[in-house]
Write a new protein. Structure first.
Length: 248
C-alpha cells in the first residue's frame, strides 16, 4: 500500500471556485495525495487555472474530455486515471478543512473501515458560512440508504484495495448516490462526526432543485438497482415526502 489518496474532481465552467477548491487540498495536513481534475469541455478559464496549479505542484493532474459528457463521466475518467489506495471526491466548487484527509484516513485504518464519509457544512457562493451543518450518520447500510441518501459526495472516501476501482453508472444525475448503494452492498458505511468539508450552495447547483432530481432516483431504483415497480415507487414516494418535509 502506498497510502496515496486520489481526489476526484469533475470540472465544468468552475473558474470562480477553483482557487478555493485547490488551495483547500494543498493545505491538507496529510500530504500523500493526487488531485485529478477532469474538465468536461469548459468554455471559461477553468483549464488554464488548473494547468497553472499543475505546473507548480506535480500532485495536481489534469485531463480534458473531448465531448461534454456530464459529471459522472468526468468522475469515472478520473477514477480510471487514479493511482491511489483510496478514492475521495471533491466537486470543483466545494472545499475541505485542512485535517480532512488525515482524520478520515486514521478513522478508516484504526477501525478497519472501507467506506466512510463525514459531517459537512454549507457555504454560500462567495464562501460565507451559512451555519448549516449536515451531520453524518454513524452507520449506514444498503437498506437504510434506499430510503434516503445520507452521504455528502464531498465527504466520501473508499478503499480501492478492498473494493477495487468502483465507477458511477452512466446516468446524467445522481450517479454518486448509485455508487454509494453499490458500495453498501459489500460493506456498511461509517460516518466521522467531525465537520471536515464545506458544500457550496449556489444558484446553479446541480442539486439546487431537489424535487426535479426525483426522476433520476426512480431510474436508480428501477434501472440501476433492478428493484420491482412496487419497490421503486415506494422508495420514490418516500423520497418525495422527505424532500417536501425539508421545505417546511
Amino acid at each position: 500500500m502506498n497510502n496515496l489518496v486520489s481526489i476526484i474532481t469533475p470540472v465544468y465552467n468552475s473558474q470562480m471556485f477553483l482557487d478555493d477548491c485547490m488551495n483547500s487540498v494543498i493545505a491538507q495536513t496529510y500530504e500523500k495525495w493526487e488531485h485529478i481534475f477532469v474538465d468536461d469541455c469548459s468554455s471559461d478559464n477553468s483549464a488554464k487555472i488548473i494547468e497553472e496549479y499543475a505546473q507548480k505542484d506535480s500532485r495536481i493532474k489534469f485531463h480534458r474530455l473531448s465531448i461534454n459528457s456530464g459529471a459522472g463521466t468526468a468522475r469515472n475518467k478520473a477514477i480510471e486515471l487514479a493511482q491511489g489506495d483510496y478514492i475521495a471526491f471533491l466537486d470543483s466548487d466545494d472545499t475541505w478543512y485542512p485535517q480532512k484527509l488525515q482524520l478520515q484516513i486514521n478513522f478508516m485504518k484504526v477501525n478497519n473501515y472501507y467506506f466512510t464519509f463525514t459531517t459537512y457544512d454549507k457555504i454560500d457562493e462567495v464562501g460565507n458560512n451559512l451555519n448549516i451543518i449536515i451531520k453524518s450518520k454513524r452507520v449506514v447500510d444498503y437498506h437504510s440508504a434506499l430510503y434516503k441518501n445520507p452521504i455528502g459526495c464531498l465527504t466520501v472516501m473508499y478503499d480501492v484495495n478492498y473494493f477495487g476501482k468502483q465507477y458511477m453508472p452512466s446516468i446524467r444525475k445522481r450517479q454518486d448516490y448509485a455508487l454509494w448503494l453499490n458500495l453498501l452492498k459489500k460493506t456498511k458505511g461509517y460516518g466521522l462526526s467531525e465537520c471536515l468539508s464545506s458544500y457550496r450552495v449556489g444558484k446553479e447547483s446541480i442539486s439546487s432543485n431537489k424535487l426535479k432530481l426525483l426522476k433520476y432516483e426512480w431510474q436508480i431504483y428501477r434501472d440501476v438497482e433492478g428493484l420491482s415497480i412496487f419497490k421503486s415507487a415506494f422508495y420514490t414516494v418516500s423520497a418525495i415526502v422527505l424532500k417536501l418535509k425539508s421545505y417546511f
